[in-house]
Write a protein that binds this ligand. Structure first.
Ligand SMILES: NC(=O)c1ccc[n+]([C@@H]2O[C@H](COP(=O)([O-])OP(=O)(O)OC[C@H]3O[C@@H](n4cnc5c(N)ncnc54)[C@H](OP(=O)(O)O)[C@@H]3O)[C@@H](O)[C@H]2O)c1
Length: 369
């Protein structure tokens, strides 16, 4: 009998993973690490998030407090002696402070707390697999390449954001200091929307495309490719990486790869079609940060009531990522039998529909916690 522990189930990816796991697993075989937020109970938070993935109250109502391990990775000492952890056979660790902002909790949670949790799980005799969700960007990809999986060797000082620095550090630390942990590192590329539900579960990162097309200018070339995958593809991939006997300890990209990635011109075309507008391609130009500094006073008109500094920071960060023109090789994952991901442009209409009426500022809040 297997017992699956999933973390991060109130979030975008973890919520989708749990929604798929509920279809596959006996409810008694699922444990969820989650936090209570004030009066908002951990179980209710998880159930409410599952509703965003279209799960009915009949299904979400099957979850009870017996499925929940209440815990905060910022204070792991408060939950690590929970005896329920001793029954776990498989872990999917989606929890993290997934923010490009300057958040002091990034290191505390994504490195220190995550390491304490992984160390505790490495001491559980029944543990067969620990799937840790990393991020493909943490390897500091060389621009213009299709990146193959490898362990991270880069210098921490080279990272643009604390988030990727921390994600790189925890991968290295678990690999070097926990040789007994049956560790599989799954590195998603850029997760945008759900191939059926669009941005109903989360508008994370989708707003960047909206913002760039509203501006009609950005830092990338329209022919540059970007490796985007829908969250439901990632969820299925993570369950395969958890269950498949053919998985080897090591690193797997959960990505579109060169074949299923699209370029910005294709995204522009698909967004225009879905929104009933004209593509910006004919008037598009590549600009640098100086241009955006100059037009900062027009941001509220373009994006809704906003903090100009946060918008400038967002343009700067995502602009640097957009120029990379990289894809992440997914051959290993597809060889396990995972179906190929839908191209972003094939479900962009659902993302456009599900965010109609929302301003860029409203959409971006989930990425700047
Ligand atoms: N989204 C992407 O494009 C992308 C790409 C590559 C990799 N990833 C990785 O995928 C994973 C999930 O990302 P996501 O986009 O789903 O992020 P998300 O929506 O922000 O969800 C993060 C989850 O982590 C939990 N968490 C945060 N701090 C915690 C703490 N101190 N203790 C316990 N749980 C905590 C959150 O719980 P609360 O609700 O209690 O805060 C939430 O459930 C992350 O590891 C991220 O690095 C994401």
């Amino acid at each position: 009998m297997s017992k699956l522990l999933i973390t991060g189930c109130t979030g975008f990816l973890g919520g989708c993973v749990l929604s798929y796991a509920l279809k596959k697993y006996n409810i008694k075989d699922i444990l969820i690490l989650s936090r209570t937020a004030g009066d908002y109970q951990a179980l209710t938070r998880v159930q409410d998030n599952l509703a965003r993935f279209g799960l009915s109250p009949e299904i979400t109502g099957q979850l009870t407090d017996s499925n929940i391990i209440e815990g905060d990775l910022a204070q792991p000492e408060l939950f690590l002696n929970n005896p329920c952890l001793n029954e776990v056979t498989h872990v999917i660790n989606c929890a993290a402070v997934a923010s490009f902002g300057k958040n002091p909790m990034i290191w505390k949670v994504n490195v220190e707390g995550t390491f304490a949790f992984a160390k505790r799980m490495s001491e559980v005799p029944s543990l067969q697999r620990f799937v840790h969700v990393g991020t493909a960007m943490s390897c500091l990809p060389e621009p213009g390449h299709n990146i193959k999986e490898s362990l991270i060797t880069t210098d921490d000082s080279e990272h643009i954001v604390d988030y990727t620095r921390a994600k790189a550090a925890i991968e290295r630390k678990m690999h070097e200091e926990l040789p007994g942990l049956p560790l599989v590192i799954a590195r998603p590329s850029i997760i945008v929307g759900h191939s059926e539900l669009g941005c109903k579960p989360s508008s994370s990162i989708f707003w960047v495309f909206k913002m760039a097309l509203t501006l009609g200018k950005f830092m990338c070339n329209l022919q540059d490719k970007i490796d985007v995958v829908p969250v439901d593809f990632c969820a299925e991939a993570l369950l395969t990486l958890t269950e498949s006997e053919n998985v080897k300890n090591g690193v797997y990209h959960v990505s579109a790869g060169p074949e299923y990635s699209v370029n910005f011109a294709e995204i522009d075309e698909a967004m225009a079609q879905a929104g009933g507008t004209k593509p910006v391609a004919d008037s598009y130009s590549m600009v640098d940060m100086g241009y955006f500094m100059g037009i900062r006073k027009s941001f509220p008109t373009l994006f809704g009531e906003c903090n100009e500094r946060i918008i400038l920071r967002a343009i700067n960060l995502y602009g640097q990522f957009s120029r990379l023109n990289v894809t992440f090789d997914n051959t290993q994952l597809l060889h396990l039998g995972v179906s190929a991901p839908r191209k972003f442009t094939s479900y962009i209409d659902k993302c456009v529909d599900s965010t109609r009426g929302q301003s860029v500022t409203e959409m971006m809040a989930c990425d700047f916690k």
